[in-house]
Design a protein around this ligand. Structure first.
Ligand code: FCB
Length: 458
């Protein structure tokens, strides 16, 4: 097989006309132009010494606010069906809740251009950049923030009208809650197990409240949520390790999925001390369990667990080769396994793989970036999605993370996930060989794709 190309079996459901391929980004990671929006928790976090590995921030990032037209042309040149991006709450709303019209107009122009290009807009309302003034009142620890989020969703979805193909309320509430409030490695940097569960519950509540608004204001759009999952594997066949992996799976993965799909937290809840229980009020779980049109799944790697004498489980370091530049094991089988597992366990709505990709050490040589490892990663993971699809999982789309290199949170600009290289100094964009391969794959699909019908969108 040509190792510079991406391909799938000719009869693959992923090659059907309806299957959506896209690229994804997020506001804080690419936009820059921090002066024309409010401060967010990530601005504060970046300004705190020691939090970001290279001491950088998102003030300029990919300067997308000033390069958006060029960036949309770039997206169009890749031949994708869809573009997933997020709206910055702090750009469209003033602290008193009134509209920031200039900010809103930025996204409306972007949406209009996408529609003009025939590219479907997948809009995420919250990709971690909480306005700092809300954090000052407790952030996601404050139940009130969920209602503020509903107001924000109201404002945005009214203004966007029918321009949006799909909304996601939240991106990866696990990361916001666990990394931000429990482990302290993401903004706002709190470290408390109780806080983690509190934040997670308020995020889920925010999601449910926003879903009601989206279904009213954008009834034709596909409305849902994006979750990230790392399937949990036991280190050995011992009953103890198997149990440890199961508890980790509930703690990190089902903690988000089960309330959404079954209106209850997983059983591992009973193993936690009372003060770590989520602050559930009457009626919350019914709101959280609002019917989803789809679920977005982000997948990067798996995790391995063993039993621990002091904790519920112990996570092991990634050591199996190959590893990405993040130090994450390349394990495509994990994506197939998790899709099949969830398909079996739950009444899953339609699934979109809303993020998948790899950070690699990219080198710009003679104006080109050759990234065969990323290409191999994309190929093997598309194959993994295919394997799940032919076994009955209703997967309808795949988005490469990311369109372009960007601000990788606590890693700053040290990790490059793009299929397009960004020279941060000149702000030049250079399509990597993986980007060309993705483009060629999509071109070929458009020319010869099978036309097998899948279920309608909604
Ligand atoms: C996901 C995030 C995304 C990006 C990738 C690498 O968890 O949603 O913003 O950082 O990881």
């Amino acid at each position: 097989m040509n190792n510079k190309a991406i391909s799938l079996p000719l009869t693959s459901p992923l090659l059907s006309k309806e299957f959506i391929f896209g690229v994804a980004t997020a506001s804080f990671q690419i936009e820059g132009a921090a002066e024309s929006r409010l401060d967010t928790i990530w601005d504060t976090f970046c300004a705190t010494p020691g939090k970001i590995r290279d001491g950088s921030d998102g003030k300029r990032a990919c300067d997308h606010v000033h390069h958006w037209e060029e960036d949309l042309r770039l997206i169009r040149s890749l031949g994708v069906d869809a573009y997933r991006f997020s709206v910055s709450w702090a750009r469209v709303m003033h602290a008193d809740g009134s509209v920031n019209q200039q900010g809103l107009d930025f996204y409306i122009a972007l949406l209009d251009r996408l529609n003009e290009y025939g590219i479907k807009a997948f809009v995420t309302l919250y990709h971690w950049d909480l306005p700092q003034h809300l954090e000052d009142k407790g952030g996601w620890l404050n139940r009130e923030t969920a209602f503020k989020f509903r107001d924000y969703a109201q404002l945005v979805s009214r203004a966007f009208g029918d321009r949006v193909y799909s909304y996601a309320t939240l991106n990866e509430p696990f990361c916001s809650a666990y990394l931000g409030y429990e482990a302290g490695i993401h903004a706002p940097g709190h470290k408390s197990r109780a806080y983690g569960k509190q934040a997670a519950h308020h995020l889920l509540l925010a999601h449910g409240l926003a879903m009601q608004v989206l279904d009213d204001n954008a009834p034709e759009a596909l409305n849902g949520i994006v979750l990230n999952f790392s399937p949990c594997y036991p280190e050995s066949d011992s009953a103890e390790d198997i149990e440890a992996a199961k508890m980790a799976d509930e703690y990190f993965n089902h903690w988000y999925l089960q309330p959404l799909l079954e209106q209850r937290y997983p059983d591992v809840l009973d193993k936690l001390p009372e003060d770590e229980h989520p602050p559930v009020q009457a009626g919350d779980l019914a709101i959280i369990g609002h019917k989803l049109d789809y679920i977005g799944i982000n997948y990067y790697t798996r995790e391995r667990y063993q039993a621990s004498s002091t904790e519920l489980f112990e996570k092991l370091e990634h050591e199996q080769q190959p590893l990405t530049d993040m130090g994450w094991e390349v394990f495509p089988q994990g994506l197939t396994d998790l899709l099949l597992d969830y398909h079996q366990r739950y009444q899953l709505p339609a699934v979109y793989i809303t993020e998948n990709g790899a950070a690699m050490v990219d080198k710009l040589v003679d104006g080109k970036v050759d990234d065969p490892e990323r290409l191999a990663y994309l190929q093997s993971h598309l194959r993994a999605v295919h394997d799940a699809a032919i076994k009955g999982v209703d997967v309808r789309g795949y988005f490469a993370w990311s369109l372009m290199d960007n601000f990788e949170w606590a890693e700053g600009y040290l990790k490059r996930f793009g299929i397009v290289y960004v020279d941060y100094h000149s702000q030049q964009r250079i399509i990597k060989s993986s980007g060309y391969a993705y483009r060629d794959f999509l071109l070929q699909k458009a020319q010869s794709g099978n036309v097998k019908q899948q279920g309608g969108a909604k």
